[in-house]
Each structure stands twice: as structure tokens, then as C-alpha cells.
Ligand binder design. Structure first.
Ligand code: BGC
Length: 736
């Protein structure tokens, strides 16, 4: 009996010990990855002190802000930029930290992506760059940029997706989804109207509600509502007198109320100017304060940021409402749970062969063939013994410079190297021809090399060659394609126009390859047999260009921006200085909704090369298009169909573009607006039925009296073409 009691006693002790050892400790809801995000957010919020919440709302270093260390909630680490993940920076400086594991893949700049006219390329791009950001443990990738190309002088156009709101919207959505599939937040920027770099920190943009909603906001709206982007960056400039980083109108009203954005508003670096406005007007995380864009180092304590101690004191004194703080903290926590604390976050990869292939595919699809007389291109391997390559852009790094997008790359295949690899080193002779000077931020320094000697040497090389490939354009120097400054003119810099003329004098077989993020004037356009617009193509630039020039790949890019004959043909340059660049206080968008081809077409100005334009080595024939109905309701859809045939000898792609025009309207309308496009790949000789679907709601204009979108009833013309100027067929529909 005694033994039984003892055994029972011992058994219960053992069971007790075992149950203590094996019992699962109850994890708090915010750490339970099986719980819905909103529950986790609320739970975390309920456990945090006021100080901890405020600490989420401002930087702790140049590119990071705090998490909640006590609760194991990670910090937020962001990185530039749109076309490659930047190197690690010194804690509170712009300078590189000198790590040896952070040399990235450079993807083509976003104008090149836009030129693919292929949303699948945008998805591939987003997914690939997102993988690089994930591997590098970033929470936020500071891109893509979707500011609309208003003037070819804007130094940052290369970071954006062109001049058309529909094209930019179609491309930004898959990019965002691709990035975020890696558990990394995309950050669309710069919201909004940062369409010039001159006076960008202060300039107050004055524009109509129509221009705002029809031209400058759609890509942001698509990123928010269709792309479900998790963060957005405010712009440096002002609108309606308020800085965009704390604009009640843009952030509270439009973004958070009308569009129901549930993510985080991050300031541009140094874009915050007031605690009251930052607290109340929709900003969530303040970055880069006390730095002027990229120019000034900040050695101020982070605790003195507008959203740091001044915010905390205001909360404690009752000046600021606690619900405002909770709203910011909630959004930041939501972003953290969507990214670094997500259950399904993949691991990413960095500089993988797949990323090189992605960069190369996008580059090849984005290169635009502008001119090709008598099939000057392609130049088959073995056709010529001596190919002269002239021009600094053939050998200069084009991933370095430009401001915040400057990259430290694992490799960059230059055009010169690409051509050597393709045609054989022995068949290529190189001469620089012109020199631009070092890549500096905020100032330009001319090259110390003697310009005349460079020209003379190039002429001699060109004279003795079978064919000349001039590789020039702009670069990432200040006053070129570079942040914080705009270009000074539409012309090619560094004496290139003159050089091209000189080369043509000694060798008529001179083709021009332009690498730039902007349109340039081409006074020699009629004299050269072939022109290729190559943008900035990243790590695979040389391979992609050589593939196009040799014909291994058939060009299929289309211009995402108009190339005007002269600057004054652009809407923003058709008025006085107040229209561009403004008087340093205000700028007035007098061209209103008529941006890019909308202006050129409506004002009947002939462009040098139109929006949507690009040649192929193949030819395509188009059947007469038809529309599935002639009468349609405002909430209906029209479907346009036609047969496209590759009537040439090589496989290739053509991009069908559908524009809509409203001949008689109660408001000003552009002559035509892009409403649908489809890139179609066809084998030589192949035909395919192509359909383009257009919701009639997209015919709407923004009605300023009613503050909403209105589809006018009546007749519309649908124009199907392979550019904004080459229309293959028109159809009429009546909206009832
Ligand atoms: C740029 C942003 C960039 C940030 C951080 C700013 O000057 O405008 O686009 O993300 O710097 O480098």
C-alpha cells in the first residue's frame, strides 16, 4: 500500500516535470505568423509605449528606421533604387560603407523598361530586383519612379516610365507585384509632380485638377489600387502651397482617403519641413532630414527630427492626437508584418545568372530602332573586317552617377566589349571621339583631354573603317541625366553633333547609337543611315546592343516618350519661363493635359520620332480592324480585333496600340490618348488574331466641377496603330 502511494507520488512528480518541459509557451499574437496581419498589428500596437511608437516614425540612420527591439520587431531597412540595389552606406552619410558583398546586378533604367511595352518584362524586372533586395535583407526598395515625362530636360526622366499615364500604369503594377512577391515593399516615388529637378525642394506646382488626375496621378493610383503597393515616397516639391511630403491634399485626401492606401508614406530624403504638417498631413516615416537632397551630410541627432522629439513632446502635452500616432505606427507595423515578419518571405538571390538573363532580356526588348535606311542594320558577323566604334559611351560606365541611382555593380558589359565579343576583337577599332569629364554630383567639370585631338583621332579611325558605329548620347553627369539638376538644352553635349558630322564626311556608313534617358535633338538625322536608341541598359548593355546590331535579336522597343524636332515643340516649353522651370517659387503647367504626344498631335506638330514608334528588322501587315459593337454603354467594354502577320523574313514582335479620340467634346481633349496596347511575337510568316479590350470607363475625363470621372456620351474614334502617328485603321463607337 505504502509502495503504491510512493509510486503514485513519484509518477505525478514525473508527469508534472514532463508537462512543464513539454508545454508550448504561449506566443503573443503579433509573433504568430498564422494569424491575420491586422490582428498581429493590433496586438503589437497594444504592447508598445508611446516612445516606441514615435521611434518608428523617423530615421535612425541614413537608410534605416527603428523597429521595436524590446519586442523583437525588426528595423526597417531601405535601399535605392529603381534599377539596382545600392551598396551599403555609412551609418549617417551618403558615402559607401565599403562592404565587399554588395555589388549588384544593374537592370536597365526604367525608360528602357517602358520601351519594352511589355508588362511581362515589368513583372520579370520587379521579381528579379526584388530578389536582390530580399537577399540583401532590405525591407523597402526605393522605387519604381513613375513621375511623368513632362520635359526632356528633366534630369531624372531615366528613372521613370515615360510620358503616358496609361503606359506607366500598365508597367508599374507588375513591377510592384514582382518586387513584393519577395516580401520586400516597393516604394513608388515621387508622389507627386516632381517633374523637374530645378528648384525641386521648393517649387510650388500649379496645375488644373484635370491635369493632376488625368496625367500625373494615374500611375500612382494604379500602383496603389491594382499593385497594392506597401509604401510610397513623397516628393520634394510643393503642390497648392504644401510640401508633398506633408500635403493634406495629396496624402490625407487623395492617397489615404480617396484611394484607401493602407501602407506607409515615406518622405524623400530631406523633404520634411514642419512637425505640425508632418504629424497631421499624412507622413508616416521621416527620412534624411537636415540633408539637402544628396548634397549635405547630416550630423544632427536623429532625435531632433520633426517626427522625433518634437512629435513625442507634442503627443505628451496633448498638442497632437494619439490616434494620429497610432495610425502611423499601425501602418509601419503592417509593412513590417508584410515583409520581414511575414510567414512566407522567400530568401531571394543576388547576382544570379537568372538576373543577368532578366537584365539582358529587358534590355534587348527595350532598345528602339529609330531609323534603318536600306537595311543598314543588322550588321551580320563576318560582313565587315573593320568596324570603327567611336564615342565615349561605348566604354564609359553608365551605371555610375546620376544621383541616388548610382550603382556599385558586380559587372557592366560595355557596348565596346559587347561588340568585341560579337564581332571579334580583331575586327573592332575604338576611338573615344569626345570626352565628358568625371561623374560628379551637383557640379560639372569638363574633361581635361584635348577635344580637337580626340576628334582628329576618331576621324582617322573612321576614314579607314568599313563601317562606323558612333555610340554617344548623354551620361549620368550633372546637367545630363542626373538628379538635382536639369539638362540645359535638347542638344547632344560634349561636341557630339559636330563629331557626327565630321565622321559622316569621311565615312557615310556611320550609324548612331544613343544611350540616354531623354530625347535629344538630331540635326544630322537625315544624313545617317541608321539610328538606335538604347537608353541606359545596365550590366548587360554591351551584350544586348551587340545582339541587336548583329541581328541576333530583332529590335522590338517602342518610344515611351516623344522625340521632338525642337524643344519649343513640347508643351511645357511652348509658353514662358513660368511654365518651365518657373520663377523658383511657382511653376504653372500651362500646357495642362496636353503632355507629350498629346500636345504634338493636338497642335499638329510633326515630331522627330513619335511616341510609340520603333522599327523592326521584319515587316508586319495588318488586316482591317473591327470593333465588336458600335453602340456601347458607359460601363461596357469594346473589343477590337484584327489579324497581324509577320510578313518579313525574321521572327519579331510588333506592338499594337489603340488610341481613342473624342472629336466633339464639351471639354478640351487631346487629339488621341493611348487606351490599350499589346506586344505580339510572331515567327516569320506567322499570322495571329489579336484582340484589344478597352473598358469604356477609360474614355472618361476628370470633371472639375463634380470632382469625379465622366464618360461623355456620343461618338468616339478608335485608332489602331504601331505608333501614335502610324495609324493602320480607325473605327467608330457611340457611347450611349
Ligand atoms: C531621391 C530619392 C532617393 C533618396 C534616397 C533622394 O534624393 O530623391 O529618389 O530614394 O534620395 O537616396
Amino acid at each position: 500500500m505504502k509502495l503504491r502511494i510512493v509510486l503514485t507520488f513519484l509518477f505525478s512528480i514525473v508527469m508534472g516535470v514532463l508537462s512543464v518541459v513539454t508545454a508550448q509557451p504561449k506566443i503573443p499574437v503579433y509573433l504568430d505568423r498564422t494569424k491575420p496581419i491586422e490582428e498581429r498589428v493590433e496586438n503589437a500596437l497594444s504592447l508598445m509605449t508611446t516612445d516606441e511608437k514615435v521611434a518608428l516614425c523617423h530615421a535612425q540612420s541614413k537608410f534605416s528606421s527603428k523597429g521595436v527591439a524590446r519586442l523583437g520587431i525588426p528595423e526597417v531597412w531601405s535601399s535605392d533604387g529603381s534599377h539596382g540595389v545600392s551598396d551599403e552606406k555609412i551609418w549617417d552619410e551618403w558615402g559607401g560603407a565599403g562592404w565587399t558583398n554588395d555589388s549588384c546586378t544593374a537592370f536597365p533604367a526604367l525608360t528602357a523598361l517602358a520601351a519594352t511595352f511589355n508588362p511581362e518584362m515589368a513583372m520579370l524586372y520587379g521579381k528579379s530586383i526584388g530578389e536582390e533586395a530580399r537577399y540583401r535583407n532590405k525591407t523597402v526598395l526605393l522605387g519604381p519612379g513613375v513621375n511623368i515625362y513632362r520635359t526632356p530636360l528633366n534630369g531624372r526622366n531615366f528613372e521613370y516610365l515615360g510620358e503616358d499615364p496609361y503606359l506607366a500604369s500598365q508597367m508599374v503594377v507588375p513591377y510592384v507585384k514582382g518586387v513584393q512577391s519577395n516580401g520586400v515593399a516597393a516604394c513608388v516615388k515621387h508622389f507627386a509632380l516632381n517633374n523637374q529637378e530645378i528648384c525641386r525642394g521648393e517649387i510650388n506646382v500649379n496645375l488644373s485638377d484635370r491635369a493632376l488626375h488625368e496625367i500625373y496621378l494615374p500611375a500612382f493610383k494604379a500602383a496603389v489600387q491594382e499593385g497594392k503597393v506597401w509604401s510610397i515616397m513623397g516628393a520634394y516639391n510643393k503642390v497648392r502651397g504644401e510640401h508633398c511630403c506633408h500635403s493634406d491634399f495629396l496624402l490625407n485626401k487623395i492617397l489615404k482617403n480617396d484611394w484607401q492606401f493602407d501602407g506607409v508614406v515615406i518622405s524623400d530624403w530631406g523633404g520634411v519641413h514642419s512637425t505640425d504638417e508632418a504629424v497631421n498631413n499624412g507622413l508616416d516615416i521621416e527620412m534624411g532630414t537636415y540633408t539637402n537632397g544628396l548634397t549635405t551630410q547630416g550630423h544632427f541627432p536623429f532625435s531632433s527630427y520633426y517626427l522625433a522629439n518634437p512629435f513625442l513632446e507634442g503627443i505628451k502635452s496633448g498638442k497632437y492626437d494619439r490616434t494620429v500616432l497610432d495610425d502611423k505606427a499601425r501602418r509601419i507595423l503592417r509593412m513590417i508584418f508584410r515583409t520581414t515578419m511575414s510567414a512566407n518571405r522567400p530568401f531571394g538571390k543576388f547576382v544570379s545568372p537568372e538576373h543577368s538573363q532578366a537584365a539582358s532580356r529587358i534590355a534587348r526588348e527595350g532598345i528602339v530602332l529609330l531609323k534603318n535606311d536600306n537595311q543598314f542594320l543588322p550588321i551580320a558577323v563576318g560582313k565587315y573586317k573593320k568596324i570603327a566604334v567611336i564615342g565615349e559611351n561605348a566604354s564609359r560606365s553608365l551605371v555610375v552617377g546620376g544621383g541616388s541611382t548610382s550603382l556599385k555593380v558586380a559587372y557592366e558589359e560595355s557596348p565596346l566589349q559587347g561588340l568585341k565579343d560579337k564581332y571579334g576583337e580583331a575586327n573592332i577599332v575604338y576611338s573615344m571621339g569626345y570626352a565628358s569629364g568625371p561623374s560628379l554630383y551637383g557640379r560639372a567639370e569638363p574633361s581635361k583631354l584635348n577635344a580637337d585631338s580626340l576628334v582628329n583621332a576618331a576621324i582617322e579611325v573612321a576614314r579607314n573603317a568599313d563601317v562606323v558605329l558612333f555610340v554617344g548620347g548623354l551620361n549620368k553627369n550633372y546637367f545630363q541625366d542626373c538628379e538635382s539638376g536639369d539638362r540645359k538644352s535638347l542638344s547632344l553635349p560634349f561636341g557630339q553633333d559636330k563629331l557626327i558630322e565630321e565622321l559622316l564626311k569621311v565615312n557615310k556608313n556611320t550609324a548612331v547609337v544613343l544611350l540616354s534617358g531623354n530625347a535629344v535633338a538630331m540635326p544630322w538625322v537625315d544624313k545617317v543611315p541608321a539610328i538606335v536608341q538604347g537608353w541606359y541598359l545596365g550590366s548587360e548593355a554591351g551584350n544586348a546592343l551587340a545582339d541587336i546590331i548583329s541581328g541576333d535579336v530583332n529590335p522590338s522597343g517602342k518610344l515611351p516618350v516623344s522625340f521632338p524636332k525642337k524643344l519649343e515643340d513640347i508643351g511645357a516649353h511652348s509658353f514662358d519661363k513660368l511654365c518651365y522651370p518657373g520663377d523658383s517659387v511657382n511653376v504653372y503647367y500651362k500646357e495642362d493635359i496636353l503632355v507629350g504626344y498629346r500636345w504634338l498631335d493636338t497642335k499638329k506638330l510633326e515630331p522627330l520620332f513619335p511616341f510609340g514608334y520603333g522599327l523592326s528588322y521584319s515587316t508586319f501587315t495588318w488586316s482591317k480592324p473591327s470593333v465588336d459593337r458600335t453602340d456601347v454603354k458607359t460601363d461596357g467594354t469594346v473589343i477590337v480585333s484584327f489579324t497581324l502577320t509577320n510578313s518579313g523574313k525574321v521572327d519579331g514582335a510588333e506592338t499594337a496600340q489603340l488610341y481613342v479620340s473624342k472629336p466633339k467634346s464639351e471639354v478640351t481633349r487631346a487629339a488621341k490618348e493611348l487606351k490599350a496596347f499589346k506586344k505580339v511575337f510572331l515567327k516569320a510568316g506567322e499570322s495571329r488574331l489579336v484582340t484589344l479590350k478597352v473598358p469604356v470607363s477609360s474614355f472618361a475625363y476628370y470633371n472639375e466641377k463634380e470632382n469625379g470621372w465622366d464618360v461623355e456620351p456620343g461618338s468616339y474614334t478608335l485608332l489602331l496603330g504601331n505608333s501614335s502617328r502610324d495609324i493602320k485603321g480607325t473605327m467608330n463607337v457611340k457611347v450611349l
